[in-house]
Design a protein around this ligand. Structure first.
Ligand code: LLP
Length: 447
């Protein structure tokens, strides 16, 4: 889905640039980002949600979730396509600000924000700080008071809706660290309010805080729209309840990110037009049931914007056939990166596809596993894929759909240097983030 075009001679182009040229110029491994594809996805989400919610009578803000991949250029692209930027740390905030995104178009998340991060957000005039615990509410209020400002906040609630691709990326069930539960639990004793309601009341009670709205993020890599509607139902009920009890009707509801993409050939991603229509009509119907006016809606897609826009380019090294117990042979194809540039297979058992690019082959395909160069047997890039039987050292290998959570979760394990992020557009490539060097690594070690 990146602008990848394959020719008869095996040539493979991304946005008009031959991968062999990319490898020669930038080296491997390299993250390659198709700028036009990123922009098209950003536009598709913004237009789909703006249109669907305009039809039911309210507006939408789309925040690009920077955790998926944030560089100065990427933040600029998002903004130029009409998106705001959601950050989850002082680091992400700093990159967005350097890109020139106005504070008012930024959000700050985090279950354990430091005072310095909250102050940086207040000083930048961020549009919203999403609070995640009762103790944080008082802390943010005190920090706002110390700066003489009123902090705009949203309260992140957990709706009990369980959705998403893997337990580690599912965030709205009860037994995990994020958000404030809408369910009364043992914490509250008899008749007490659940943590979510207590948090909303606590925000309303502090004059240094302005309660913008309620936030819910149910998980990631979601392919079934039902979860978003179920979460919207819970959040909108809470909103109506708060209005009944206090007269405060919050103006905004954020339904989070989590829109699933295709990682493998043949997989079907969520269609933004369809999901937007479904969610908009559900939100309108639920508000009508409660007799409350529609809130402004916001969403925070990360993966769906940048994931399919990126691929990783590797060079093949060692190729080693291994006999399996069942009599089959698996060809282990080692590449020059691995779990340090893509931790997702090891962390979530994430599945990817791979192609030998830049040459043709008539060889029979063989069962292959693409592995990295780290000292760990779980260092797998692609668990199972058919590759040409003559796959050999020096071949270029492309792994698609690595734009999200590859570079952003990269490490220096085994002291590998992190790959560059290279953007391609209109037949030309440009380095957005340069490759780390051994000098970069050595400079951090003070002996
Ligand atoms: N908003 C909030 C509050 C989030 O926690 C997240 C993801 C997003 C938005 C964006 O979700 P997306 O649209 O990208 O699915 N590292 C994992 C995913 C963890 C995401 C955590 N939060 C992965 O590689 O799959």
């Amino acid at each position: 889905s990146t602008g990848v075009r394959r020719g008869d001679d095996g040539a493979c182009e991304v946005a008009g640039v031959d991968v062999r040229e990319l490898a020669a110029e930038h080296g491997t491994p390299a993250y390659v980002l198709d700028e036009a594809d990123f922009r098209a996805r950003a536009r598709a989400y913004r237009t789909a949600f703006a249109t669907a919610f305009a039809e039911v009578g309210t507006g939408v803000d789309v925040y690009y979730a920077g955790k998926a991949l944030l560089t100065v250029a990427v933040a600029r692209w998002a903004r130029q396509e009409g998106l705001r930027v959601d950050t989850a740390s002082g680091g992400e905030l700093a990159v967005a600000l350097r890109a020139g995104v106005p504070g008012a178009e930024l959000g700050l998340h985090g279950n354990n924000k430091s005072d310095a991060e909250v102050l940086a957000a207040l000083d930048a005039g961020v549009g919203r700080i999403i609070v995640d615990s009762l103790v944080e509410i008082d802390r943010v209020a005190d920090l706002a008071a110390s700066r003489g400002v009123v902090a705009p906040v949203m309260v992140r609630v957990t709706t009990g809706v369980h959705a998403g691709g893997h337990e580690y990326i599912s965030t709205a069930h009860e037994d995990q660290k994020f958000g404030l539960s809408v369910n009364p639990g043992v914490l509250d004793g008899d008749g007490g309010d659940p943590p979510a309601m207590r948090a909303l009341l606590a925000v309303v009670a502090r004059p240094e805080l302005h309660l913008l709205g309620i936030h819910s993020h149910i998980g990631s890599q979601i392919l079934d729209p039902a979860g978003f509607e179920a979460a919207a139902r819970v959040v909108l009920r809470l909103r109506a309840e708060l209005a009944e009890r206090t007269g405060v009707l919050v103006g905004e509801v954020d339904l989070g990110g989590g829109y699933g993409i295709a990682y493998l050939p043949g997989e079907v991603p969520l269609d933004p037009d369809r999901i937007a229509k479904d969610v908009a009509s559900a939100v309108a119907a639920i508000c009508a049931e409660h007799g409350t006016p529609l809130p402004r809606i916001s969403i925070e897609p990360g993966r769906a914007i940048v994931g399919p826009a990126g691929l990783t380019l590797y060079t093949v090294g060692t190729v080693k056939p291994v006999a399996l117990d069942d009599g089959r042979v698996r060809t282990y194809v080692s590449v020059d990166g691995g779990m340090s540039d893509n931790i997702r297979p090891a962390l979530y058992e994430a599945q990817y596809h791979a192609d030998v690019v830049g040459r043709t082959s008539d060889a029979e395909p063989v069962l292959a596993r693409v592995v990295g160069k780290h000292c760990e047997s779980g260092d797998i890039v692609v668990h199972e894929v058919m590759l040409p039987g003559d796959v050999r050292a020096g071949d270029l290998l492309a792994v698609p759909a690595t734009g999200a959570y590859g570079r952003s979760m990269a490490s220096n394990y085994n002291l590998l240097t992190r790959p560059p992020v290279v953007a391609v557009a209109d037949g030309a490539s440009r380095v957005l983030v340069r490759r780390e060097t051994l000098d970069d690594l050595l400079a951090l070690d003070l002996g």
